[in-house]
Design a protein around this ligand. Structure first.
Ligand SMILES: [Fe+2]
Ligand SMILES: [Fe+2]
Length: 171
């Protein structure tokens, strides 16, 4: 049984996951129309993942005697200065989400809601992975984005990064 306080806080997290889904979709679309089809596929995947994060929350709230609310979302940023800007905005967004998750974990402990505490652990490790992923991508862009050849290389390599990290963890 969810407390009203936790139900409201988890519903606010739905809004954040939804906003991330929309922002990554916007970045995918921008990349696709700016000669970066590989990075576009990376952001389409990120967007799909954020939708899954949102759905997990919807199901958890509804199955814990709460009511999930489907939010409206204000339009995400449409245009970006550079590939680097998309990744820096992504990392800043992920860090903000990590803070919000930490606050939810704090709340779950304070009110002794151990079911929610347990549920939120998945998000704690997911945020760690996401921050590491975008940090790697930013490092790579700083090394290789000097010229057209570098951008061509980045467009081929960036989509592989998330997939590789999964493989490394299975080793
Ligand atoms: Fe997320
Ligand atoms: Fe994320």
């Amino acid at each position: 049984m969810l407390s009203k306080k936790m139900e409201t806080a988890l519903n606010e997290q739905i809004v954040r996951e939804f906003a991330a889904e929309q922002l990554y979709l916007s970045m995918a679309s921008w990349c696709e129309t700016n000669k970066l089809p590989g990075v576009a596929s990376f952001f389409y995947r990120q967007s799909r993942e954020e939708r899954e994060h949102m759905l997990k929350l919807v199901r958890y709230i509804n199955k814990t005697d709460g009511v999930a609310e489907v939010p409206a979302c204000k339009a995400p940023q449409k245009a970006f200065k550079s590939l680097l800007e998309t990744m820096e905005l992504s990392l800043a967004g992920e860090r903000a989400v990590s803070k919000a998750i930490n606050a939810l974990v704090d709340m779950s402990l304070t009110i002794k809601d151990y079911q929610s505490f347990n549920f939120l652990q998945w998000y704690v490790s997911e945020q760690h992975e996401e921050e590491a992923l975008f940090t790697d991508v930013i490092d790579m862009i700083k090394l290789f984005s000097k010229d057209e050849k570098g951008l061509f290389f980045l467009d081929r390599e960036i989509p592989k990064i998330g997939q590789n990290s999964d493989q490394i963890e299975k080793v």
